[in-house]
Design a protein around this ligand. Structure first.
Ligand code: HEM
Length: 463
Protein backbone atom coordinates (compact mmCIF):
# COMPACT_ATOMS: atom_id res chain seq x y z
CA UNK A 1 0.00 0.00 0.00
CA UNK A 2 3.06 2.25 0.06
CA UNK A 3 2.34 3.54 -3.43
CA UNK A 4 -0.28 5.89 -2.02
CA UNK A 5 2.33 7.74 -0.02
CA UNK A 6 4.21 10.52 -1.87
CA UNK A 7 7.95 10.26 -2.36
CA UNK A 8 10.68 12.42 -3.91
CA UNK A 9 10.66 12.39 -7.72
CA UNK A 10 14.29 11.39 -8.36
CA UNK A 11 15.27 7.95 -7.17
CA UNK A 12 18.66 6.38 -7.82
CA UNK A 13 18.94 2.63 -8.27
CA UNK A 14 20.44 1.05 -5.15
CA UNK A 15 21.02 4.31 -3.30
CA UNK A 16 17.43 5.52 -3.29
CA UNK A 17 16.27 9.06 -2.47
CA UNK A 18 19.58 10.60 -1.64
CA UNK A 19 19.68 13.33 -4.27
CA UNK A 20 20.10 16.67 -2.55
CA UNK A 21 20.35 15.02 0.85
CA UNK A 22 23.27 15.51 3.18
CA UNK A 23 24.78 12.94 5.47
CA UNK A 24 25.27 15.26 8.35
CA UNK A 25 21.79 16.82 8.49
CA UNK A 26 19.24 14.03 7.94
CA UNK A 27 16.59 15.76 10.04
CA UNK A 28 16.78 19.13 8.33
CA UNK A 29 16.68 17.32 4.97
CA UNK A 30 13.53 15.54 6.06
CA UNK A 31 11.98 18.89 6.97
CA UNK A 32 12.68 20.10 3.44
CA UNK A 33 11.11 16.99 1.93
CA UNK A 34 8.16 17.37 4.29
CA UNK A 35 7.40 20.86 3.02
CA UNK A 36 7.40 19.57 -0.55
CA UNK A 37 5.64 16.24 -0.10
CA UNK A 38 3.00 16.87 2.56
CA UNK A 39 1.83 15.40 5.88
CA UNK A 40 2.96 11.85 5.14
CA UNK A 41 5.74 10.83 2.78
CA UNK A 42 8.35 8.18 2.27
CA UNK A 43 12.05 8.14 1.50
CA UNK A 44 14.05 5.20 0.35
CA UNK A 45 17.61 4.86 1.46
CA UNK A 46 19.79 1.87 0.68
CA UNK A 47 17.06 -0.66 0.19
CA UNK A 48 14.87 0.44 3.10
CA UNK A 49 11.71 2.46 2.73
CA UNK A 50 11.01 4.85 5.62
CA UNK A 51 7.66 6.50 6.21
CA UNK A 52 7.62 9.98 7.76
CA UNK A 53 4.56 11.55 9.34
CA UNK A 54 4.08 15.12 10.51
CA UNK A 55 0.49 16.14 9.74
CA UNK A 56 -1.29 16.82 13.05
CA UNK A 57 -4.19 14.42 12.38
CA UNK A 58 -1.95 11.51 11.45
CA UNK A 59 0.47 12.18 14.32
CA UNK A 60 -2.44 12.22 16.77
CA UNK A 61 -3.61 8.88 15.39
CA UNK A 62 -0.12 7.42 15.94
CA UNK A 63 -0.35 8.56 19.57
CA UNK A 64 -3.21 6.07 20.13
CA UNK A 65 -1.59 3.64 22.57
CA UNK A 66 -4.18 0.93 21.89
CA UNK A 67 -3.01 0.56 18.29
CA UNK A 68 0.55 1.89 18.32
CA UNK A 69 3.64 1.74 20.54
CA UNK A 70 7.22 2.98 20.54
CA UNK A 71 9.34 1.50 17.78
CA UNK A 72 13.02 0.93 18.52
CA UNK A 73 14.53 1.64 15.10
CA UNK A 74 17.10 3.68 13.18
CA UNK A 75 19.08 5.95 15.50
CA UNK A 76 17.63 4.43 18.67
CA UNK A 77 18.35 0.87 17.52
CA UNK A 78 21.87 1.93 16.55
CA UNK A 79 22.46 2.88 20.19
CA UNK A 80 21.74 -0.66 21.44
CA UNK A 81 25.46 -1.55 21.54
CA UNK A 82 25.93 1.33 24.02
CA UNK A 83 22.69 1.41 25.97
CA UNK A 84 21.41 -2.17 25.53
CA UNK A 85 18.13 -2.78 27.33
CA UNK A 86 18.42 0.50 29.26
CA UNK A 87 15.14 2.42 29.50
CA UNK A 88 15.54 4.47 26.31
CA UNK A 89 16.65 1.66 23.98
CA UNK A 90 14.74 -1.31 25.47
CA UNK A 91 12.25 -3.15 23.26
CA UNK A 92 8.70 -2.96 24.58
CA UNK A 93 8.68 -6.68 25.32
CA UNK A 94 11.92 -6.74 27.33
CA UNK A 95 11.09 -7.38 30.99
CA UNK A 96 13.87 -5.04 32.12
CA UNK A 97 11.91 -2.08 30.76
CA UNK A 98 9.00 -2.46 33.19
CA UNK A 99 11.30 -3.41 36.05
CA UNK A 100 13.57 -0.37 35.61
CA UNK A 101 10.64 1.93 34.91
CA UNK A 102 8.91 0.96 38.16
CA UNK A 103 12.10 1.13 40.22
CA UNK A 104 13.22 4.50 38.79
CA UNK A 105 9.93 6.40 38.38
CA UNK A 106 9.90 7.51 42.06
CA UNK A 107 13.26 9.18 41.32
CA UNK A 108 11.23 11.73 39.32
CA UNK A 109 8.45 12.34 41.82
CA UNK A 110 7.77 15.80 43.23
CA UNK A 111 9.60 14.96 46.45
CA UNK A 112 12.63 13.69 44.59
CA UNK A 113 12.65 16.79 42.37
CA UNK A 114 12.48 19.10 45.37
CA UNK A 115 15.57 17.30 46.70
CA UNK A 116 17.49 17.87 43.44
CA UNK A 117 16.64 21.56 43.41
CA UNK A 118 19.41 22.61 45.81
CA UNK A 119 22.02 20.68 43.83
CA UNK A 120 20.77 22.29 40.61
CA UNK A 121 21.26 25.73 42.20
CA UNK A 122 24.75 24.76 43.19
CA UNK A 123 25.73 23.72 39.66
CA UNK A 124 24.10 26.87 38.24
CA UNK A 125 26.31 28.96 40.56
CA UNK A 126 29.37 27.41 38.93
CA UNK A 127 28.05 28.46 35.54
CA UNK A 128 27.42 32.05 36.66
CA UNK A 129 30.92 32.24 38.24
CA UNK A 130 32.32 31.18 34.89
CA UNK A 131 30.12 33.64 32.98
CA UNK A 132 30.83 36.51 35.40
CA UNK A 133 34.52 36.15 34.66
CA UNK A 134 33.93 36.05 30.90
CA UNK A 135 31.58 39.03 31.07
CA UNK A 136 33.98 41.09 33.16
CA UNK A 137 36.80 40.38 30.71
CA UNK A 138 34.58 41.31 27.75
CA UNK A 139 34.79 37.78 26.31
CA UNK A 140 31.87 36.11 24.57
CA UNK A 141 30.69 32.76 25.93
CA UNK A 142 30.30 29.42 24.12
CA UNK A 143 26.63 28.77 24.81
CA UNK A 144 26.19 25.09 23.77
CA UNK A 145 29.57 24.19 25.31
CA UNK A 146 28.70 25.79 28.64
CA UNK A 147 25.12 24.49 28.69
CA UNK A 148 26.53 21.01 28.17
CA UNK A 149 28.86 21.48 31.14
CA UNK A 150 25.93 22.64 33.23
CA UNK A 151 23.51 19.86 32.32
CA UNK A 152 26.14 17.10 32.56
CA UNK A 153 27.15 18.27 36.04
CA UNK A 154 23.49 18.52 37.06
CA UNK A 155 22.53 14.97 36.09
CA UNK A 156 25.82 13.58 37.43
CA UNK A 157 25.37 15.30 40.76
CA UNK A 158 21.63 14.75 41.29
CA UNK A 159 21.51 11.25 39.86
CA UNK A 160 24.83 9.78 40.81
CA UNK A 161 26.52 11.99 43.43
CA UNK A 162 29.35 12.45 40.95
CA UNK A 163 31.38 15.49 39.90
CA UNK A 164 32.94 15.53 36.41
CA UNK A 165 34.67 18.85 37.11
CA UNK A 166 33.46 20.23 33.75
CA UNK A 167 33.81 23.89 34.74
CA UNK A 168 37.41 23.38 35.80
CA UNK A 169 38.31 22.15 32.31
CA UNK A 170 38.90 24.19 29.19
CA UNK A 171 37.99 21.27 26.91
CA UNK A 172 34.88 19.06 27.11
CA UNK A 173 35.12 16.17 29.56
CA UNK A 174 36.30 12.97 27.77
CA UNK A 175 32.96 11.39 28.69
CA UNK A 176 31.23 14.07 26.58
CA UNK A 177 33.63 13.58 23.68
CA UNK A 178 33.02 9.82 23.75
CA UNK A 179 29.26 10.37 23.95
CA UNK A 180 29.21 12.81 21.02
CA UNK A 181 31.29 10.23 19.11
CA UNK A 182 28.78 7.41 19.69
CA UNK A 183 25.76 9.61 18.92
CA UNK A 184 27.33 10.80 15.68
CA UNK A 185 28.26 7.24 14.74
CA UNK A 186 24.73 5.99 15.45
CA UNK A 187 23.39 8.68 13.13
CA UNK A 188 25.95 7.90 10.40
CA UNK A 189 25.01 4.21 10.42
CA UNK A 190 21.65 5.29 8.98
CA UNK A 191 23.35 6.88 6.00
CA UNK A 192 25.20 3.89 4.55
CA UNK A 193 23.87 0.52 3.33
CA UNK A 194 24.00 -1.84 6.34
CA UNK A 195 25.96 -4.62 4.61
CA UNK A 196 28.66 -2.14 3.56
CA UNK A 197 28.92 -0.38 6.93
CA UNK A 198 31.84 -2.53 8.18
CA UNK A 199 33.92 -1.34 5.18
CA UNK A 200 32.69 2.19 4.68
CA UNK A 201 32.87 3.08 8.34
CA UNK A 202 35.88 0.97 9.29
CA UNK A 203 37.85 3.75 10.97
CA UNK A 204 34.76 5.27 12.53
CA UNK A 205 33.66 1.89 13.85
CA UNK A 206 37.02 1.38 15.57
CA UNK A 207 36.74 4.80 17.19
CA UNK A 208 33.18 3.97 18.21
CA UNK A 209 34.33 0.81 19.97
CA UNK A 210 36.92 2.88 21.85
CA UNK A 211 34.24 5.45 22.74
CA UNK A 212 31.93 2.74 24.10
CA UNK A 213 34.81 1.31 26.14
CA UNK A 214 35.39 4.74 27.59
CA UNK A 215 31.73 5.18 28.53
CA UNK A 216 31.65 1.74 30.14
CA UNK A 217 34.82 2.39 32.12
CA UNK A 218 33.57 5.75 33.39
CA UNK A 219 30.34 4.18 34.54
CA UNK A 220 31.99 1.12 36.10
CA UNK A 221 34.28 3.40 38.15
CA UNK A 222 31.34 5.43 39.32
CA UNK A 223 29.39 2.34 40.40
CA UNK A 224 32.43 0.79 42.08
CA UNK A 225 33.03 3.97 44.08
CA UNK A 226 29.42 3.97 45.28
CA UNK A 227 29.51 0.32 46.26
CA UNK A 228 32.77 0.88 48.11
CA UNK A 229 31.17 3.75 50.01
CA UNK A 230 28.41 1.33 51.04
CA UNK A 231 25.61 3.15 49.24
CA UNK A 232 24.17 6.41 50.42
CA UNK A 233 22.23 4.87 53.22
CA UNK A 234 18.94 5.34 51.40
CA UNK A 235 19.12 9.03 50.50
CA UNK A 236 17.73 7.69 47.26
CA UNK A 237 19.42 9.27 44.28
CA UNK A 238 19.03 7.41 40.96
CA UNK A 239 22.12 5.27 41.49
CA UNK A 240 20.94 4.26 44.94
CA UNK A 241 17.63 3.21 43.44
CA UNK A 242 19.38 1.24 40.72
CA UNK A 243 21.64 -0.56 43.19
CA UNK A 244 19.49 -0.95 46.29
CA UNK A 245 15.83 -0.80 45.43
CA UNK A 246 13.78 -3.92 44.81
CA UNK A 247 10.62 -3.82 42.71
CA UNK A 248 7.72 -2.97 45.06
CA UNK A 249 5.68 -6.02 43.97
CA UNK A 250 8.03 -8.66 42.59
CA UNK A 251 11.05 -7.88 44.82
CA UNK A 252 13.28 -8.16 41.75
CA UNK A 253 16.42 -6.01 41.39
CA UNK A 254 18.35 -4.65 38.41
CA UNK A 255 21.29 -6.85 37.37
CA UNK A 256 24.80 -5.32 37.41
CA UNK A 257 24.89 -5.35 33.59
CA UNK A 258 21.54 -3.57 33.44
CA UNK A 259 22.70 -0.98 36.01
CA UNK A 260 25.62 -0.17 33.71
CA UNK A 261 23.20 0.34 30.80
CA UNK A 262 20.91 2.55 32.87
CA UNK A 263 23.74 4.74 34.18
CA UNK A 264 24.97 5.41 30.63
CA UNK A 265 21.40 6.00 29.47
CA UNK A 266 20.69 8.56 32.17
CA UNK A 267 24.02 10.34 31.88
CA UNK A 268 23.45 10.77 28.14
CA UNK A 269 19.67 11.21 27.90
CA UNK A 270 19.77 13.32 31.05
CA UNK A 271 21.93 16.12 29.67
CA UNK A 272 22.35 16.29 25.91
CA UNK A 273 18.80 17.32 24.96
CA UNK A 274 18.39 19.71 27.90
CA UNK A 275 21.62 21.43 26.90
CA UNK A 276 20.26 21.93 23.39
CA UNK A 277 16.92 23.22 24.69
CA UNK A 278 18.64 25.80 26.90
CA UNK A 279 20.93 26.85 24.06
CA UNK A 280 18.09 27.42 21.59
CA UNK A 281 16.14 29.36 24.25
CA UNK A 282 19.13 31.62 24.93
CA UNK A 283 19.54 32.18 21.19
CA UNK A 284 15.93 33.31 20.84
CA UNK A 285 16.10 35.48 23.96
CA UNK A 286 19.19 37.23 22.58
CA UNK A 287 17.48 37.72 19.20
CA UNK A 288 14.25 39.08 20.74
CA UNK A 289 15.09 41.77 23.32
CA UNK A 290 11.40 42.54 23.87
CA UNK A 291 10.64 38.96 24.82
CA UNK A 292 13.76 38.84 27.02
CA UNK A 293 12.66 42.02 28.80
CA UNK A 294 9.22 40.57 29.50
CA UNK A 295 10.74 37.34 30.82
CA UNK A 296 13.23 39.27 32.95
CA UNK A 297 10.46 41.43 34.42
CA UNK A 298 8.66 38.25 35.43
CA UNK A 299 11.75 36.90 37.17
CA UNK A 300 12.24 40.18 39.05
CA UNK A 301 8.58 40.24 40.08
CA UNK A 302 8.30 36.59 41.15
CA UNK A 303 11.71 36.07 42.70
CA UNK A 304 12.39 39.59 44.00
CA UNK A 305 15.73 39.76 45.79
CA UNK A 306 15.74 36.16 47.05
CA UNK A 307 19.30 35.04 46.60
CA UNK A 308 18.35 31.40 46.07
CA UNK A 309 14.85 30.84 44.66
CA UNK A 310 13.04 27.92 46.29
CA UNK A 311 11.70 24.85 44.50
CA UNK A 312 8.16 26.23 44.42
CA UNK A 313 9.30 29.52 42.91
CA UNK A 314 10.48 27.91 39.67
CA UNK A 315 7.11 26.73 38.35
CA UNK A 316 5.81 30.27 38.98
CA UNK A 317 7.93 31.56 36.10
CA UNK A 318 5.10 31.02 33.63
CA UNK A 319 6.42 33.23 30.86
CA UNK A 320 9.98 31.88 31.08
CA UNK A 321 8.50 28.41 30.73
CA UNK A 322 6.66 29.55 27.59
CA UNK A 323 9.93 30.76 26.12
CA UNK A 324 11.30 27.28 26.71
CA UNK A 325 8.23 25.56 25.22
CA UNK A 326 8.37 27.79 22.17
CA UNK A 327 12.07 26.96 21.67
CA UNK A 328 11.24 23.24 21.93
CA UNK A 329 8.44 23.74 19.43
CA UNK A 330 10.72 25.13 16.72
CA UNK A 331 13.71 22.93 17.59
CA UNK A 332 12.64 19.85 19.54
CA UNK A 333 16.11 18.68 20.51
CA UNK A 334 15.04 15.03 20.16
CA UNK A 335 13.61 15.77 16.73
CA UNK A 336 11.73 12.56 15.91
CA UNK A 337 10.38 9.39 17.46
CA UNK A 338 9.15 6.16 15.88
CA UNK A 339 5.79 4.37 16.33
CA UNK A 340 4.87 0.86 15.28
CA UNK A 341 1.51 -0.81 14.74
CA UNK A 342 0.61 -3.27 17.53
CA UNK A 343 -1.87 -5.03 15.25
CA UNK A 344 -2.92 -4.73 11.60
CA UNK A 345 -4.56 -1.32 11.41
CA UNK A 346 -5.29 1.65 9.18
CA UNK A 347 -3.47 4.91 9.87
CA UNK A 348 -5.70 7.95 9.66
CA UNK A 349 -8.43 5.86 8.03
CA UNK A 350 -6.37 5.83 4.81
CA UNK A 351 -3.04 4.02 5.10
CA UNK A 352 -3.14 0.32 5.97
CA UNK A 353 -0.31 -0.84 8.24
CA UNK A 354 0.60 -4.41 9.12
CA UNK A 355 1.46 -5.37 12.68
CA UNK A 356 5.06 -4.24 13.30
CA UNK A 357 5.10 -1.69 10.44
CA UNK A 358 6.35 1.65 11.66
CA UNK A 359 6.59 5.35 10.88
CA UNK A 360 8.76 8.18 12.10
CA UNK A 361 6.98 11.18 13.62
CA UNK A 362 8.86 14.36 12.67
CA UNK A 363 8.22 16.46 15.76
CA UNK A 364 10.08 19.42 14.30
CA UNK A 365 7.61 19.53 11.41
CA UNK A 366 4.49 18.60 13.41
CA UNK A 367 5.34 21.67 15.49
CA UNK A 368 5.24 23.81 12.35
CA UNK A 369 2.05 22.45 10.80
CA UNK A 370 0.29 25.64 9.67
CA UNK A 371 -3.12 24.03 10.22
CA UNK A 372 -2.32 23.92 13.94
CA UNK A 373 0.09 26.79 14.47
CA UNK A 374 -1.15 29.20 11.82
CA UNK A 375 0.50 30.90 8.87
CA UNK A 376 3.18 32.40 11.15
CA UNK A 377 4.26 28.97 12.43
CA UNK A 378 7.91 29.72 11.66
CA UNK A 379 7.95 32.77 13.96
CA UNK A 380 9.14 32.64 17.56
CA UNK A 381 6.21 33.63 19.78
CA UNK A 382 5.97 32.34 23.38
CA UNK A 383 2.33 33.51 23.65
CA UNK A 384 1.37 30.38 21.70
CA UNK A 385 1.76 28.66 25.06
CA UNK A 386 -0.43 30.89 27.20
CA UNK A 387 -3.11 28.90 28.98
CA UNK A 388 -5.94 29.92 26.67
CA UNK A 389 -4.05 29.11 23.47
CA UNK A 390 -3.02 25.72 24.86
CA UNK A 391 -6.59 24.87 25.82
CA UNK A 392 -7.89 25.66 22.37
CA UNK A 393 -5.33 23.50 20.55
CA UNK A 394 -5.96 19.89 19.56
CA UNK A 395 -4.23 17.26 21.72
CA UNK A 396 -0.98 15.59 20.56
CA UNK A 397 0.17 18.63 18.60
CA UNK A 398 3.18 19.44 20.82
CA UNK A 399 5.40 16.39 21.41
CA UNK A 400 8.96 17.32 22.32
CA UNK A 401 9.03 14.57 24.95
CA UNK A 402 7.53 11.78 22.86
CA UNK A 403 4.26 10.06 23.70
CA UNK A 404 2.60 7.32 25.72
CA UNK A 405 4.17 4.78 28.05
CA UNK A 406 7.62 5.34 26.54
CA UNK A 407 7.53 9.13 26.73
CA UNK A 408 10.38 10.91 28.49
CA UNK A 409 10.74 9.97 32.16
CA UNK A 410 12.93 13.05 32.73
CA UNK A 411 10.47 15.64 31.43
CA UNK A 412 9.81 17.40 34.75
CA UNK A 413 13.48 17.22 35.60
CA UNK A 414 14.46 18.90 32.34
CA UNK A 415 11.76 21.57 32.55
CA UNK A 416 12.59 22.41 36.16
CA UNK A 417 16.30 22.60 35.50
CA UNK A 418 15.98 24.66 32.32
CA UNK A 419 13.40 27.10 33.74
CA UNK A 420 15.51 27.61 36.86
CA UNK A 421 18.66 28.28 34.85
CA UNK A 422 16.96 30.63 32.37
CA UNK A 423 15.50 32.55 35.33
CA UNK A 424 18.92 32.87 36.98
CA UNK A 425 20.62 33.96 33.74
CA UNK A 426 17.94 36.50 32.82
CA UNK A 427 18.12 38.01 36.28
CA UNK A 428 21.88 38.38 36.11
CA UNK A 429 22.72 39.30 32.51
CA UNK A 430 21.62 41.14 29.43
CA UNK A 431 22.27 38.79 26.51
CA UNK A 432 23.75 40.30 23.35
CA UNK A 433 24.01 38.32 20.11
CA UNK A 434 26.99 38.49 17.80
CA UNK A 435 25.73 40.76 15.04
CA UNK A 436 26.57 38.46 12.14
CA UNK A 437 25.31 35.21 13.72
CA UNK A 438 22.71 33.23 11.79
CA UNK A 439 21.26 30.10 13.38
CA UNK A 440 22.84 26.90 12.11
CA UNK A 441 21.83 23.57 13.59
CA UNK A 442 24.14 20.56 14.01
CA UNK A 443 22.69 17.07 14.22
CA UNK A 444 23.98 14.08 16.12
CA UNK A 445 20.63 12.36 16.61
CA UNK A 446 19.90 15.40 18.81
CA UNK A 447 19.88 19.03 17.68
CA UNK A 448 22.19 21.81 18.86
CA UNK A 449 22.77 25.39 17.67
CA UNK A 450 26.21 25.55 16.10
CA UNK A 451 28.78 28.20 16.93
CA UNK A 452 26.39 30.16 19.14
CA UNK A 453 28.26 32.73 21.24
CA UNK A 454 26.76 35.55 23.29
CA UNK A 455 28.13 38.67 24.90
CA UNK A 456 27.02 39.27 28.47
CA UNK A 457 26.39 42.43 30.40
CA UNK A 458 25.96 42.16 34.15
CA UNK A 459 22.77 43.88 35.24
CA UNK A 460 23.04 46.50 37.95
CA UNK A 461 22.26 45.11 41.40
CA UNK A 462 22.41 41.45 40.35
CA UNK A 463 24.30 40.08 43.31
C1 HEM B 1 12.70 9.36 26.47
C2 HEM B 1 13.05 13.93 24.87
C3 HEM B 1 15.35 15.19 28.99
C4 HEM B 1 15.61 10.51 30.22
C5 HEM B 1 12.56 10.50 25.71
C6 HEM B 1 11.81 10.58 24.46
C7 HEM B 1 11.92 11.85 24.01
C8 HEM B 1 12.72 12.60 24.98
C9 HEM B 1 11.33 12.42 22.72
C10 HEM B 1 11.05 9.43 23.77
C11 HEM B 1 11.92 8.81 22.70
C12 HEM B 1 11.19 7.75 21.86
O1 HEM B 1 9.96 7.70 21.81
O2 HEM B 1 11.91 6.96 21.23
C13 HEM B 1 13.72 14.67 25.85
C14 HEM B 1 13.97 16.09 25.77
C15 HEM B 1 14.60 16.45 26.94
C16 HEM B 1 14.75 15.24 27.73
C17 HEM B 1 13.59 16.99 24.59
C18 HEM B 1 15.07 17.80 27.41
C19 HEM B 1 14.61 18.97 26.99
C20 HEM B 1 15.57 14.04 29.71
C21 HEM B 1 16.18 13.98 31.03
C22 HEM B 1 16.25 12.66 31.37
C23 HEM B 1 15.69 11.89 30.28
C24 HEM B 1 16.61 15.20 31.85
C25 HEM B 1 16.76 12.02 32.65
C26 HEM B 1 17.06 12.66 33.75
C27 HEM B 1 14.86 9.81 29.29
C28 HEM B 1 14.68 8.36 29.35
C29 HEM B 1 13.83 8.02 28.28
C30 HEM B 1 13.52 9.28 27.58
C31 HEM B 1 15.29 7.41 30.37
C32 HEM B 1 13.29 6.63 27.92
C33 HEM B 1 11.99 6.44 28.64
C34 HEM B 1 11.37 5.07 28.39
O3 HEM B 1 11.33 4.61 27.24
O4 HEM B 1 10.89 4.48 29.36
N1 HEM B 1 13.09 11.74 26.00
N2 HEM B 1 14.21 14.20 27.03
N3 HEM B 1 15.28 12.76 29.29
N4 HEM B 1 14.16 10.32 28.24
FE1 HEM B 1 14.11 12.27 27.70
Amino acid sequence: ELHRIPRPPYRLPLLGDVVGASRSTPMQDSLRYARRLGPIFRRRAFGNEFVFVWGAGLAADLADEERFAKHVGLGVANLRPVAGDGLFTAYNHEPNWQLAHDVLAPGFSREAMAGYHVMMLDVAARLTDHWDRAGAAGRTVDVPGDMTKLTLETIARTGFGHDFGSFERSRPHPFVTAMVGTLTYAQRLNTVPAPLAPWLLRGASRRNTADIDHLNRTVDDLVRARRAAGGRGGTGDLLDRMLETAHPETGERLSPENVRRQVITFLVAGHETTSGALSFALHYLAQHPGIAARARAEVDRVWGDTEAPGYEQVAKLRYVRRVLDESLRLWPTAPAFAREARTDTVLGGAYPMRRGAWALVLAGMLHRDPQVWGPDAEEFDPDRFDAKAVRSRAPHTFKPFGTGARACIGRQFALHEATLVLGLLLRRYELRPEPEYRLRVTERLTLMPEGLRLRLERRAGSG
